[in-house]
Design a protein around this ligand. Sequence first.
Ligand SMILES: [Cu+2]
Length: 189
Amino acid sequence: MYIQQIVEIFYMGLVVTYIIFIISFMYITSRRSSGRIVADGGEVHKGMDKAEKTWLLVLITIAIIGNTVLLSPLVPSANMAIWSGSKPVKSVVITIEDYEFKLPEKPIRLQAGVPVEFIVYSNDVTYGFGVFREDGTLVFQMQVVPGYENKIVWVFDEPGVYTIRSTEYSGPEHPMMVVYNAIVVEGGE
Ligand SMILES: [Cu+2]
């Protein structure tokens, strides 16, 4: 993941630099000739000349092609980040009603490194669905709104035992909304 982050930051830097370059090019070329009269066989030029317009077109074309290529699944980092990260292998449906999580099994058994889709419904008020490590740190959370199919896809990196809590104040019984050892994640592939 570390290499992927470096690639992403490098790519963002490249895109920003390129955009600044194109804008500067447009600004300088349009400003340079405006208000200045260039005599060329009796013709008066204003704004960009033809060669500059061609260059601008070339720059924009390179930007579009470069962007398309770099975001395509052919590039390993893009493939990891955009194209293959979120296809869930397993689906876990949880319903929350009357301040209680109704789990399909207890504990829910999952594999590390496998994308899992959590679909959480509320039958009454708005809750939060939060998954925590044993040391109390948060893995992920989402809001659970009644009348919606609230979905999140997650890949657990580490095997372990996880606790589910409501992460949104939902009423007087909210502090009791915790299921210890609700999820057991076993070693990855
Ligand atoms: Cu709550």
